[in-house]
Ligand binder design. Structure first.
Ligand code: HEM
Length: 191
């Protein structure tokens, strides 16, 4: 049973990381105001939101399962306070930092209309810190972290994110007036 819990705890961490990667990519496409093949603009934004919530569900499963697993020796404090764990405190602490950032990002996104767009956008920028911190946590803390398939997954995901960020920073990101209008709506909180 314990083996099963441990395996599920690790697998849910991997699924959560993959879903966060997709979330970041979809967030960048949403910001561009462009559609994707077979997906109109409004769907991209909706899928971005739903995939992020699914990623959070798998993150809660990851942390929740490992909490009851005798190998991981986690405590509730380890989940919220970074770098105090008994096992690989630095690498585990990176997971905790990523977790705290995810909570802040998701909560402010859900409360966007109440807290205003400036606070929402400021906190949302932390996604660009959360994602690499979570990847480093997976590599440093995971039993599979340094295995070939995991490093390949991390490298491929990093490549995709870097390409998306380079595109995000390019002059062609907001190409035409429609995408500019959509981006303006995103900025003022009406999208
Ligand atoms: C965004 C946040 C997080 C993500 C994306 C994430 C993802 C991952 C991944 C991919 C692994 C490697 C799994 C494997 O080896 O197959 C892992 C391992 C681990 N994570 Fe997380 N994690 C996050 C947050 C946390 C937090 C907050 C904790 C608890 C403090 C935690 C505890 C652990 C532990 C103990 C392991 C080692 C499991 C083992 O191999 O024995 N993680 N995590």
């Amino acid at each position: 049973m314990n083996e099963l819990l441990w395996a599920f705890g690790r697998a849910s961490g991997v699924v959560s990381l993959i879903l966060f990667t997709v979330t970041v990519l979809l967030g960048i496409v949403t910001r561009s105001g462009r559609p994707l093949p077979g997906m109109p603009r409004f769907s991209v934004s909706l899928v971005h939101r739903n995939v992020s919530l699914l990623a959070l569900v798998f993150l809660v499963l990851h942390v929740g399962t490992l909490l009851f697993d005798s190998y991981a020796k986690l405590t509730v404090t380890d989940i919220v306070v970074p770098f105090v764990g008994s096992f690989k405190p630095f690498w585990q602490g990176l997971g905790t930092v990523a977790f705290d950032l995810v909570v802040a990002i998701v909560v402010t996104a859900l409360l966007r209309r109440r807290i205003g767009n400036t606070v929402f956008r400021f906190i949302h920028w932390f996604t660009y810190a959360m994602w690499p911190i979570a990847v480093l946590h997976g590599i440093g803390n995971g039993t599979n972290g340094t295995s070939g398939w995991f490093l390949l997954l991390a490298a491929a995901s990093t490549l995709l994110i870097v390409v998306a960020i380079v595109w995000r920073s390019s002059a062609r990101f907001l190409e035409n007036s429609h995408t500019r209008q959509t981006a303006a709506r995103f900025k003022d909180g009406t999208l």
